[in-house]
Design a protein around this ligand. Structure first.
Ligand code: F6R
Ligand code: MG
Ligand code: MG
Length: 370
């Protein structure tokens, strides 16, 4: 039996009340497109979500990663959704579809992608994270905690299958290159890179060789598209998604979620230009209202059954995350009081795709030497 591929492909094709929420009409349209693909046996199963203003297509199939048919299906679904969004005069209709024509793969065309191909285990728990108003590097902190920090993941100490650690595939998204690094051996070097989350992002995590799981099948994957790098200028958000496999030699679902109990600071809030805490929320609160945020994350839990999705479980819909949300709102309050000052506003160098450089150009002749 061919391996299973889980693809999460997302785009902001338009939203209601500014950049808050994908309306039900668009969700239903996407569900209709993917239902046809199940009926024609192109895909096994699907779920459609929204993370704030992003339309999220979760698809299972046996076509492997980067499949033209699957990417084509997602692209056509986004195009239809964008057309509907234009008809409805939704805000930012078609925003993330940066090219007119599909050329075999959605990468570089605007949508974000996280895809993972693996041999389905006897029991295969999955956790899918979807964030809004932030950047791919927002996953660096929790993914590191999950797969490398024994204070987060007890299994790294207790479970012999995890005791030797994991391999991190880290992308340098500015220089378009990647490096594979081993944890715990190279932990400090890994942190030296991924602490710089605007440039170095964790793309995938692999088990080590000789363990319970095949070392060539990833156990976690993050979308790493950078919309502004694609478009050459700031055109929207690169709100990221991630897929993680869990349990039985991998971090438990609870260890995975534990990494989100600390509302770490990320960039991408309001106009893609502010830092703020990640707020873990139930699906129903995945709409960004306060200062277009704060940045937020939903988590959907599944069991796979021969590629069929059993679930979702709305994993952050739990009072156990109430304290984190309170903390995140305290931090929100604190950060907001800074107004246009750093570090709430992003550092100067990271504002290059905004109007800030234009202010400098305007004042060019008025600057005097000191
Ligand atoms: C978009 C986002 C928003 C917008 C802001 C300004 O996902 O994060 O904060 O950047 O609402 O949007 P425009 O320039 O479209 O009025
Ligand atoms: Mg939007
Ligand atoms: Mg968004």
């Amino acid at each position: 039996m061919a391996k299973i591929t889980v693809s999460l492909i997302k785009a902001d094709v338009g939203s209601v009340a500014g950049h808050s929420l994908v309306p039900q009409e668009i969700i239903s349209l996407a569900e209709g497109c993917l239902k046809e693909a199940v009926e024609s046996k192109l895909i096994i199963d699907f779920r459609v979500f929204n993370a704030g203003d992003d339309l999220e297509l979760l698809i299972t199939h046996r076509k492997g990663v980067d499949s033209e048919e699957i990417h084509g299906l997602a692209w056509n679904t986004f195009v239809k959704a964008a057309n509907k969004a234009k008809e409805m005069k939704l805000y930012g209709a078609g925003q993330d579809l940066l090219k007119d024509a599909f050329s075999g793969n959605v990468r570089g065309l605007g949508p974000g992608v996280a895809e993972i191909e693996f041999t389905e285990r006897r029991s295969e728990p999955l956790v899918v994270f979807m964030m809004d108003k932030t950047e791919p590097g927002a996953f660096n902190f929790p993914i590191f905690k999950i797969f490398a920090d024994p204070f987060n993941t007890a299994g790294l100490v207790i479970d012999p299958a995890m005791h030797s650690g994991f391999i991190f595939e880290i992308w340098d998204i500015k220089e378009h290159r990647r490096v594979f690094m081993a944890s715990p051996e190279e932990m400090y070097d890994i942190l030296a890179l991924i602490g710089s989350k605007g440039r170095f992002v964790i793309k995938r995590v692999y088990p080590k060789k000789g363990g319970k799981l095949p070392a060539d099948e990833p156990v976690a994957v993050v979308s790493t598209e950078k919309l502004y790098e694609v478009a050459g200028e700031y055109v929207g958000k690169d709100d990221p998604v991630a897929i993680l496999r869990a349990q039985a030699g991998l971090p438990a679902v609870g260890e995975i979620l534990e990494a989100f109990s600390f509302p770490h600071l990320v960039s991408g809030w309001m106009r893609g230009s502010h830092n703020g805490p990640v707020l873990p929320v139930p699906f129903r609160y995945s709409k960004c209202t306060r200062f277009d945020g704060p940045p937020r994350c939903i988590a959907a839990g599944f069991q796979l059954c021969d590629g069929k999705l059993i679930g979702p479980v709305d994993l952050f819909d739990d009072p156990a995350f109430e304290y984190t949300r309170m903390k995140a709102m305290e931090i929100t309050e604190y950060m907001r009081r800074h107004g246009p000052f750093e570090p709430h506003r992003l550092p100067h160098e990271e504002m290059e795709y905004t109007t800030l450089p234009k202010v400098l150009v305007k004042l060019k002749d008025r600057f005097e030497k000191i």
